[in-house]
Design a protein around this ligand. Structure first.
Ligand SMILES: Cc1cc2c3c(c1C)C(C)(C)C[C@@H](O)N3c1c(nc(O)[nH]c1=O)N2C[C@H](O)[C@H](O)[C@H](O)COP(=O)(O)O
Ligand SMILES: [K+]
Ligand SMILES: [Mn+2]
Length: 498
């Protein structure tokens, strides 16, 4: 069973020796975030801050980097594995396969239970005061304290039977108000528009489940198809229904063992300045300050000694954080599914962390490719059109089409193929008429259009490979020598004192 709660997940990290439980007092104003950011970059243990300055009555402790790389280089993805109840030596391919494993299953709706750990403390109405919480300032350029970076935003369609779970950032602005990014084409933005169009004039009931069961947070970070209620997909993934409890002040349902639950309504008319926020590409633009919808908070419920999971996004080449290990990996899963459903000989898709998950390597089976009797122009335009016109491809701006001799999870392989087989201009297929990801710096702060274009498919296969031929021997130890020579070299390596 995947970790059905943050507590179980923390215990798994402790058992792995991958948790630093810190009782010394730490300041949520920048100090906590600076530690978490360095934890990603140093591949250090996940920090559990038990004594956050300003915390009171069980609100709250902070768990940093739950989706960062583990502190054991032998098992880099073990934290993600623990969230999905995969073995500790799971690969990113295993994580992708696991998250896709329910694609053909019947959705398994959650069950409603009367109460749960998240109901151990209930704060209502006038007693709600967000400014009394030790909300973290995550980057010195941030426009506010972002309490919501790893919670699940729960919003229903006004008329259809669709409850969407996603992650969308939000910062505290007032004792009972937050403001949060609600950006197209994300489902929360689609639902926001549906509420506005419904003409009911009512504000939108929501809940944010902070410290929800890790596999639920994973599904919230995954671009599952529109209309799919993530909770039902998680039920199918686990083979047993999630247990949800009803909110105090609206009809939303939240995972019973969430750590902290914020309830209320998203205003369909009132906005406030949101941002800047140190984001997933490693930049915090000082001029970023769009007007975004206000989240009114009418209740806070929480577990005793509740834990707030926190993500501090930044430069992933130094150390990936959840905006890479979850957003990138889970979008890769949906892009692979999309291309395979279209009958293309795609065997894997992955967004290298070194590229801030803006690039994605698309691995093709060259034998099956040869049977298609196609060429770079045709294949790359088909792949680009499918991915760049689909929400799962929203955050990706460069696709690298590589052969099955290239490991998409190994950036050395990907850059070798890109550098040596992709001829600039002739092997690049540009897309200027597709939706762009507005947060990519060369879109938001570049010279061209901001909301469309700037996407390209790089063909990293030589023409002979389209005929299934590899007309070269790869010059590395693995491929350049017969097995008996490699065996002999390895057996004498130590004796030579190399
Ligand atoms: C894991 C994770 C995902 C996201 C975010 C974060 C983390 C840690 C923040 C740290 C809070 C940074 C912020 O950029 N953030 C974020 C966001 N999508 C937004 O529209 N707005 C956001 O503010 N996603 C990505 C979305 O969660 C996924 O794209 C998901 O697929 C959406 O769900 P759906 O619309 O497909 O249902
Ligand atoms: K989602
Ligand atoms: Mn969705």
């Amino acid at each position: 069973m995947p970790s059905e709660s943050i507590m179980r997940f923390v215990e798994a990290l402790r058992r792995d020796g991958d948790l630093a439980s810190i009782d010394a007092e730490v300041d949520p104003h920048l100090e906590v975030a600076a530690i978490i950011r360095r934890v990603y970059e140093q591949r250090a243990k996940a920090p559990l801050f038990n004594n956050v300055k300003g915390a009171r009555n069980g609100l709250y402790r902070i768990l940093g980097a739950p989706g960062g790389l583990s502190s054991d280089p032998k098992f880099p993805y073990r934290r993600l594995a623990r969230q999905l109840a995969l073995p500790g030596d799971a690969t990113l391919g295993d994580v992708i396969d696991k998250m896709l494993s329910a694609k053909k299953s019947q959705p398994l709706p959650p069950v409603h239970v009367a109460t749960g750990p998240c109901k151990e403390n209930i704060i209502l109405g006038n007693d709600v005061d967000l400014t009394k919480l030790p909300n973290p300032l995550l980057n010195r350029a941030d426009g506010g304290d972002y309490i919501q970076t790893l919670g699940i935003n729960i919003v229903q369609h006004p008329t259809q039977d669709w409850t969407n779970w996603s992650i969308a950032r939000a910062m505290v602005t007032d004792k009972n108000k937050m403001v949060g990014l609600i950006m197209k084409p994300q489902h929360i933005a689609r639902l926001f528009d549906a509420w506005k169009k419904s003409g009911s004039g009512r504000d939108i009931p929501y809940a944010i489940a902070l410290g929800a069961p890790p596999i639920a947070t994973m599904a919230a970070s995954m671009p599952l198809p529109a209309g799919v209620s993530e909770a039902e997909y998680v039920g199918a993934l686990c083979g047993s229904p999630l247990e949800l409890v009803k909110c105090e002040t609206n009809d939303m349902y939240v995972p019973a063992n969430s750590e902290i639950v914020l309830e209320g309504t998203i205003s369909i008319s009132e906005t406030a300045k949101e941002g800047p926020f140190g984001e997933m590409h490693g930049y915090s633009f000082l001029d970023e300050n769009s007007q975004q919808p206000i989240y009114n908070v009418t209740a806070i419920t929480h577990r005793n000694d509740a834990i707030l999971p926190v993500c501090v996004p930044g430069r992933s080449s130094l150390g990936p954080d959840e905006t890479h290990t979850m957003i990138g990996t889970l979008a890769s899963a949906e892009m692979r599914q999309l291309l395979q459903d279209a009958g293309l000989p795609v065997t894997q898709v992955f967004t290298p962390y070194e590229t801030q998950v803006i690039w994605a390597a698309v691995q093709v089976d060259r034998k099956r490719l040869a049977e298609m009797g196609t060429n770079a122009q045709e294949l790359c335009n088909k792949i680009g059109s499918l991915v760049f016109r689909h929400k799962a491809g929203m955050q990706v701006h460069r696709l690298l089409v590589v052969g099955d001799d290239i490991d998409p999870f190994d950036f050395n392989d990907v850059t070798w193929a890109y550098a040596t087989r992709c001829r600039p201009y002739l092997d690049e297929f540009h897309f200027e008429d597709v939706p762009a990801y507005p947060l990519v710096p060369y879109m938001s702060h570049g010279t061209g259009t901001k909301l469309t274009g700037g996407k390209v498919v790089a063909n990293c296969l030589l023409p002979a490979e389209y005929k299934g031929q590899q007309e070269w021997v790869t010059c590395d130890f693995e491929n350049g020598y017969p097995e008996e020579i490699k065996k002999k070299v390895l057996s004498r390596w130590a004796d030579f004192g190399l």
